[in-house]
Design a binder for this molecule. Sequence first.
Ligand SMILES: [Zn+2]
Length: 203
Amino acid sequence: MTLGTGVGGGIVADGAIYRGAHGFAAEIGHFTVDPRGPRCACGEPGHWEAYASGTALGRMGAEWASAGDAPALLARAGGDPAAVTGVDVGDLAREGDADALALVGEYADRVALGLAALANILDPERIVVGGGLVELGDLLFAPLRVAFEHHVEGRSYRPAVPIVPAELGERAGAVGAAALARTLVGDGGGDGGGDGGGGGAGP
Ligand SMILES: [Zn+2]
């Protein structure tokens, strides 16, 4: 999955990208977690993306700043809560600000909620996370792993699912697209590379 402006996804099963019957599979950001929730970029209310994207982290930060719960964050945004972005929250968390760290923790829990739901359906071998938010490193991954274990079904019976940063980082989408192009051109029907995963980046 990718955590950036939106939430993107790709499912690799048995070494191949799973595309669904019509090529629309793995739009993992667009399932409803709260029908009365905030509107998603796609127009529907309460999709997971509206809680788990970097944009959503910025919106949470704006809410906290507006309520007086994150003074340093408000100051960073020049005193205007509406100007708070996910990047502001991330930067401040890396500087050790307690409010920003708490925001990232709550954000991680929302990401984990959706990942646990997907894991309940797909039972993945591993979950690879790319996108801009990965730059937060363990500030994000540590609470994410804890929250995921808390939310996933049958956690005391199933093997732990590794949740790891994408090795190709921000380049994963471009590398995956190039690998796909190579298979489309068809150099003798080779498989074109099972490590290009993570195709289909989010909006
Ligand atoms: Zn949506």
